[in-house]
Design a protein around this ligand. Sequence first.
Ligand code: HEM
Length: 505
Amino acid sequence: MDLYSIMVLSAITISSSLILLLLLIGNKKKKEMNSMVPAVPGLPLIGNLLQLKAKKPHQTFAKWAETYGPIFSVKLGSSTMVVINSTELAKEAMVTRFSSISTRRPSNALTLLTSQKSIIAMADYGEYHKMAKRYILSAVLGAAAQKRNRGHRDILTENIVNFLYADIAGDSQSAVNLRKHFKNELFRLALMQALGKDIESIFVEELGVTMSKEEIFQVLVVDPMMGAIEVDWRDFFPYMRWVPNRSMEMKIHSMATRKRAITKALIMEQKKRIARGEKINCYLDYLVSEESTLTEEQLIALVWESIIETSDTTLVTSEWAMYELAKNPKFQDRLYQEILEVCGSEKIREEHLQQMPYLNAVFHETLRFHSPVPIIPPRYIHEDTQLGGYNVPAGTEITINLYACNMDKKDWDEPGVWNPERFLSSKYDQMDMYKTMAFGGGKRVCAGSLQAYLISCVAVGRFIQEFQWRLKEGELENVDTVQLTTHKLHPMQAYITPRESCVRK
Ligand code: HEM
């Protein structure tokens, strides 16, 4: 073969190999495209932001799941978020793929409010997260700690019942506002558990003012809740972070500064007690004894976290449970029968709970129907992974829409109806705390589920044991919720009538 023929042959061989290679790459690309999570169509640049503006995102996502399936992606400005809407895929994300999906990338507001992710719920999974979660479980929320804190919970229920009696003492025909009492008592319990002391007021040196308990609640609980859902448009366009957003920055900065100053003042007050050698069983004393492992910022953030997390979701669950029972006399009567059978003339106690499947069912159905955290705080995918057979690249955010999981017709009969009796079926284990995923799952599962269960079940049981409940006129339509959470917008108003067999002494 001459040189020319060799050159032609080589050229043909090279070009045909090249064509084959291009075809192969093309096919692979096509395959990869096919295995990308389906995307909800949106607008250039802003993606789906406008579609999510007006409505509650968990409801909009559930609607989209009917068209795009249980897993889809949305564009929030320049970032992509994968939304999961089925229990099966949620478990895959929270458990099987946990190692690739364990970090958080909170909004600008949340980063500031949580002192750069220093709270357990916002920390990336790693040594600090594991250590801090161990601390809160050992000192406050684990089974042994909950046993030690039993007295605080007993007082909570007793006080609320007494306040309810006082409410109707003057006028038995007027409706009561359960939330007012529950909120105050839960906050008292939060302070007792965190600091070992209930506080009526505190002088905050950094702010130069004395704050009342009501003001402390506003700054430590209410403001950060609202601040956490403040939208900063730069969250959606990280490459524009350098553009100032002064009003937003000042608002969140002021919230974070006040919250930090008050928590620090509360801590300093108790540190004086500790220095006097007076130790109390509480989170602060435990953390101070471990202080060498924590910075001052971390100590302040962790104490604040335990206060805010104790004060909110348990109230949301208990208020909705009472709303549903006051609305449905049939379910209320059945629960009352169970209480009579199990407790007789004794006041309901935590020891009774294991023998009370109906009360358990009321708790879990309320978590399913009114999940206090309808969307699990987004997690960040830090290495390429797969979900539901789709490729999900590193850098994507992921969120689990618990509302859609709990309203899925494939898993639940008549999901749009509140019916605790669904949980009496033999397919559910009464003592399984995670029937609905309301507490999340896997290694980042809620640390406070036991406390929420104990407080909510005993309180709801006791309220039904003492009184017959009936919703005030107009309450049936009063079901709106606040923003991202399922916090009832207006406190429930109900008429209560003491039962003849009430156990109050
Ligand atoms: C009905 C009441 C409650 C509900 C529905 C609830 C729900 C949740 C959910 C959905 C998460 C996120 C889990 C995840 O990212 O996968 C969470 C995390 C957490 N919750 Fe709760 N919670 C409740 C009560 C409480 C209470 C009373 C505390 C007490 C302080 C608490 C402390 C925490 C902590 C520390 C985390 C972070 C866990 C971690 O990241 O490892 N929760 N909770």
